[in-house]
Design a protein around this ligand. Structure first.
Ligand code: F1P
Length: 343
């Protein structure tokens, strides 16, 4: 059995530890946000963790109601004037996301931020408590249970995402949603067999191209899942907000195209209409949603807290597509677990 399979299917345990870490750090998380001026935030990561930053920044804007942007670590290091606009003086909170805590671009970006903005505050969310990045944070949330043997991030990503969502809901004062999150590990474990069956069925076809569509706080998750399909199974994969699909990308659709929809409850009518159009163009579609979908969660959880449930089915699709092609999902072509540079 590959490490990747075990890491994907056991990930609810890592979600549980992430929730514990936020629970324990609650008062420190609140203090950090206040000390940072409670004005704005920047979420930062590389590759998978950049997509995590995108998902987290969108949820932060929606729930905390303050400006927040997501930036790749390398971009923040090279173009600090883009990441921290001068027109917005005053401190800010920087949330640095990294499985390893050693990615050079991320570490250098945080060092530069701390030097340039001494009043700013840094929260690090990582899977390695002893990493250089963990030591650079004013506060670090370390979810060791998310650590992996595999190069490609699956349970690590999900564990850091759960920690980020819980932190955001804490800052938003949404205690009801925070309480509801405690059920995620149990719901996730219950969903895993159905997620696996659906992924195995979908993986039987040699898809030429896979779209992953997701809007609002789900766009970053769609981008991460497209990256998963690329890294693990070498399948060309593209992520778009649902309605953007019509503005050009749909020209790529043919009978060997799969369109995966991370369907929301709130805008399911608009999102289903896009999937219907894709099917009319000969694509195969696969909808993931809380109810009435190809894979329905039936979680009973609020929309803001159940984003992580979209991850295992598509992570498993990437895994089974890799195995179907005789690839080793634990050792993807050309990739290393950490990108270390001499910047
Ligand atoms: C991020 C990273 C990603 C890449 C792959 C391996 O490292 O290198 O860029 O997509 O998933 O992880 P980290 O900073 O999160 O450790």
């Amino acid at each position: 059995m590959h490490h990747t399979y075990r890491e994907i299917t056991t990930q609810p345990e890592a979600w549980a530890q992430a929730l514990e870490r936020v629970q324990t750090a609650g008062p420190d998380l609140q203090a950090l946000w206040q000390e940072s001026g409670a004005a704005r935030a920047v979420f930062l990561g590389c590759g998978s963790t950049f997509h995590l930053a995108q998902a987290a920044a969108a949820l932060f804007r929606a729930r905390v109601g303050r400006p927040a942007m997501a930036t790749p670590g390398g971009e923040a290091f090279l173009y600090p004037e883009v990441a921290y606009p001068r027109a917005e003086p005053g401190p800010r909170l920087l949330v640095a996301l990294s499985r390893s805590g050693t990615t050079t671009e991320t570490v250098r970006a945080v060092e530069a931020f701390r030097a340039a903005q001494p009043q700013g505050r840094v929260l690090v969310i990582t899977n390695d408590p002893a990493s250089p990045l963990a030591r650079l944070g004013h506060l670090a949330l370390a979810v060791e249970a998310g650590q992996e043997q595999s190069v490609v991030q699956t349970r690590s990503f999900a564990s850091m995402y759960v920690a980020a969502v819980a932190s955001i809901l804490l800052w938003a004062g949404d205690n009801a949603a925070l309480d509801a999150m405690q059920r995620l590990p149990e719901v996730g474990a219950g969903l895993m067999p159905r997620a696996e069956a659906a992924a195995q069925a979908l993986a039987r076809h040699p898809w030429r191209l896979i779209f992953v569509l997701g809007g609002g706080p789900r766009y970053g998750l769609a981008a991460e899942l497209a990256l998963k399909l690329q890294e693990t199974s070498l399948t060309p994969a593209l992520a778009y907000p649902f309605l953007e699909f019509r503005h050009g990308p749909k020209s790529l659709v043919d009978g060997d195209t799969l369109v995966v929809g991370l369907v929301s409850q709130r805008h399911r009518a608009h999102e289903r209409a896009v999937l219907d159009e894709a099917r009319a163009m000969a694509a195969t579609t696969f909808a993931l949603a809380e109810g009435e979908a190809d894979l329905a969660f039936h979680s009973g959880l609020p929309e803001a807290v159940r984003g992580v449930l979209y991850l295992p089915p598509v992570q498993l699709l990437a895994y089974f597509r890799a195995v179907a092609q005789g690839l080793n999902p634990d050792r993807p072509r050309n990739l290393d677990a950490v990108v270390a540079l001499d910047l």
